[in-house]
Ligand binder design. Structure first.
Ligand code: PMV
Length: 321
């Protein structure tokens, strides 16, 4: 038996623009998913027959990492699904880590991030490695196009982790030292479909110069926000999150329920924005008063989660012969 824990993730700055080679800043957050895998007589998931066609991420992960016999798997997740918080990447990382551990293969977060990105790409199509790298490694993650210019401040606080590429795109993934942050997630309960939202932004950028300018500005403000974070200037980081939200709204990926949560949380936060693909899903608020921000999210019709940065990433939490 092996038991794996994987965190959720929140993108602080840069979603959607990262698809076009811009940077993204994300943190792993302590909404854990736990998965147990145990060799068994037949394939099971949560006491029922495992249906690979209905569980594409798990099936694709097992195809890559497991050559053994049937497994009984159970998943306990505190990550709301299809909510921009990385539940698919968490289940992918947990399945891969569990299968490799059961097979007595050594693995590290680099191997995990690379395989998890392969799985996400196979199941979902075009994606950036933001979710999978953040959930595999934990902490703060800065994704940039490989070979990008940097600044002394960022270079002084970043540890290069790995590079991943697909076709013409190559991303450099770094760990960024993040201080303790007070963050509140607000889930709308409306499910957004990442593939549709990414396609809608693509169509807009092909037709509309303002959309292309918005992508450029998101790229620039992501670097400004990363510098603000590293200086400990959370007021500026919050303002840039608010600006990022306005740009994402202009790209058409917001939703009335997201607007309600952002409007409710903003007056009692340093900054609030949608996080992930949008179209529903969640907001993330940076605050110095988690109670008031959580209360404002409830009043605006959302489900609040007060979260901390997870520093450990995907890990083995239990093992028995
Ligand atoms: O909603 P999520 O957690 O799937 O995040 C999507 C983030 C995008 O930038 C919109 C797409 C990507 O692959 O980076």
């Amino acid at each position: 038996m092996v038991e794996i824990e994987a965190p959720a993730k929140a993108i602080l700055l840069g979603e959607h623009a990262v698809v076009y080679g811009k940077p993204a800043l994300a943190v792993a957050i302590d909404l854990p998913l736990r998965m147990r895998l145990l060799p068994a007589e037949g394939w099971r998931l949560d006491q029922e027959e495992f249906q690979p066609r209905r569980r594409g991420y798990i099936a694709a992960a097992l195809e890559r990492a497991w050559q053994g016999g049937p497994l009984a798997m159970t998943i306990r997740s505190s990550i709301p699904p299809a909510s921009g918080l990385g539940s698919s990447a968490a289940v992918t990382c947990a399945t891969l880590a569990g299968a490799m551990t059961l097979a007595a293969r050594t693995w590290d977060s680099r191997a995990l991030a690379s395989s998890a990105f392969d799985v996400e790409w196979a199941v979902q199509g075009a994606a950036s490695p933001t979710d999978t790298s953040t959930i595999a490694h934990g902490g703060g993650i800065l994704l940039r196009p490989a070979g990008s210019e940097s600044s002394p401040l960022i270079d002084g606080h970043r540890s290069p982790l790995w590079e991943l590429s697909r076709g013409a795109r190559a991303w450099e993934v770094s760990a960024i030292e993040v201080p303790r942050l007070s963050l509140v997630v607000g889930n709308t309960g409306v499910k957004g479909r990442t593939t549709d939202l990414v396609a809608a932004v693509r169509a807009r950028t092909e037709q509309d110069a303002a959309a292309r300018a918005a992508i450029e500005r998101i790229g620039a403000l992501t670097m400004e926000g990363t510098e603000a974070l590293l200086r400990g200037d959370l007021a500026t980081l919050g303002q840039l999150m608010a600006e990022d939200h306005a740009l994402l709204r202009s790209l058409g990926v917001s939703h009335p329920a997201l607007e309600a949560l952002v409007s409710g949380a903003a007056p009692v936060s340093l900054g609030a924005k949608l996080t992930g693909a949008g179209g529903g899903g969640s907001i993330i608020a940076l605050t110095d008063d988690v109670e008031r921000t959580a209360h404002a999210i409830v009043k605006a019709g959302g489900m609040p989660y007060v979260v901390e940065v997870d520093r450990q990433g995907t890990r083995v939490v239990g093992e028995a012969p």
